[in-house]
Design a protein around this ligand. Structure first.
Ligand SMILES: [Zn+2]
Length: 332
């Protein structure tokens, strides 16, 4: 989330936007161990003398019944872990560490910093350490932070797995997310355009002329979603504005590709209609978030306390919204 100052707007039109994407790399730090003076190794040992070759005696041949095939116990499947063990050798320049049943490859960067830094991004784990810290000390620091590292790596992997899901096919029988649950598209041939949701069967019936193409279907569905969004967002804004005791000047739908919502200092709120794909608590969170900006035009502790005062469960909604990769939403 960023504080953006638009160059051409009035000074009082400070604009705050709730970013659509937030998969920024996650960072953590550990204090680096102090520099330990090298120990004087003392006088050099005499170089080892060459040992005479060992005489290898062949092992006695034992005649015995062949052993039964060994019962191979499957290793315990760790619960809650998705980090796949890297196979083969670590990629060029990467180091490998074993953490219990996990194997992690990481990139190591030496720097002038005084702490050991951990960064988990889509490229995996990167460790930045001062030049004087040994590999053993780095590995120890990784072990100490392993809970955090494994959690972050799993989150990344889950996110990219969702991104790889196939995109929606625009045809009869296809499903699309609506208020957190899937609805099924039903295409009916007819001269009149019309879209109607059957709440019982959760089918969205779209009437289209027989010669209509995919784009017309998308346009119909998008128009319907936007109409529902306008209605629903308006109601929720009223509820939360009243809870907070604020009034907003106007509200409009946005189709922004980078923000879920925005609010200007003079009370103009914009909400992304694509929020209609999500469950109501996520929509309410964005609405509470934008309204809270009418009190606090920043993202400081006071701001979050304001959000919490009207939407106590904001943390989980915030996380869910961040984890919902926009790439998985239908493309119109
Ligand atoms: Zn904000």
């Amino acid at each position: 989330m960023k504080l953006l100052r638009k160059p051409k707007t009035q000074p009082n039109q400070l604009l705050l936007q709730l970013d659509l994407f937030a998969p920024e790399p996650e960072q953590a730090e550990s204090p680096a161990p102090p520099v330990i003076p090298a120990v004087d190794p003392g006088p050099a040992l005499p170089s080892p003398t060459v040992q005479p070759p060992l005489i290898v005696t062949p092992a006695p041949v034992v005649h015995a019944a062949p052993l039964p095939p060994p019962v191979i116990a499957a290793p315990p499947v760790p619960v809650n872990t998705l980090v796949p063990p890297p196979t083969g050798r670590p990629a060029d320049g990467k180091r490998r560490i074993h953490l219990g049943e996990h194997t992690i490859d990481y990139a190591l960067l030496r720097s002038k910093r005084r702490t050991i830094g951990f960064l988990v991004s889509d490229e995996g784990l990167r460790v930045t350490a001062p030049k004087w810290v040994t590999i053993a000390e780095i590995d120890n620091a990784i072990r100490e932070k392993q809970r955090w590292i494994l959690t972050k790596l799993n989150e990344r992997r889950e996110r990219s797995a969702r991104r790889l899901q196939p995109q929606m096919q625009w045809r009869d029988g296809a499903t699309l997310p609506y208020l957190g649950n899937d609805i099924t598209l039903r295409i009916r041939a007819g001269q009149r355009f019309g879209v109607q949701l059957d709440e019982q069967t959760r089918e969205l019936c779209v009437s289209l002329p027989g010669d209509a193409g995919e784009q017309q279907l998308k346009d119909r569905v998008q128009g319907w979603l936007q109409a529902r969004a306008e209605e629903l967002f308006g109601k929720r804004l009223m509820i939360y504005a009243e809870k907070l005791g604020v009034t907003y000047r106007s509200y409009a739908l946005s189709s922004a590709t980078t923000q879920w919502g925005s609010c200007t200092a003079d009370g103009r709120i914009r909400l992304n209609w694509r929020l209609m794909h999500f469950a109501l608590p996520l929509i309410d969170y964005v609405i509470a978030h934008e309204l809270a900006h009418l009190r606090e035009m920043n993202h400081g502790p006071q701001f979050w306390a304001t959000v919490q005062s009207i939407f106590p469960e904001f943390e989980s909604a915030k996380r869910a919204l961040r984890d919902n990769a926009p790439e998985t939403l239908p493309i119109f």
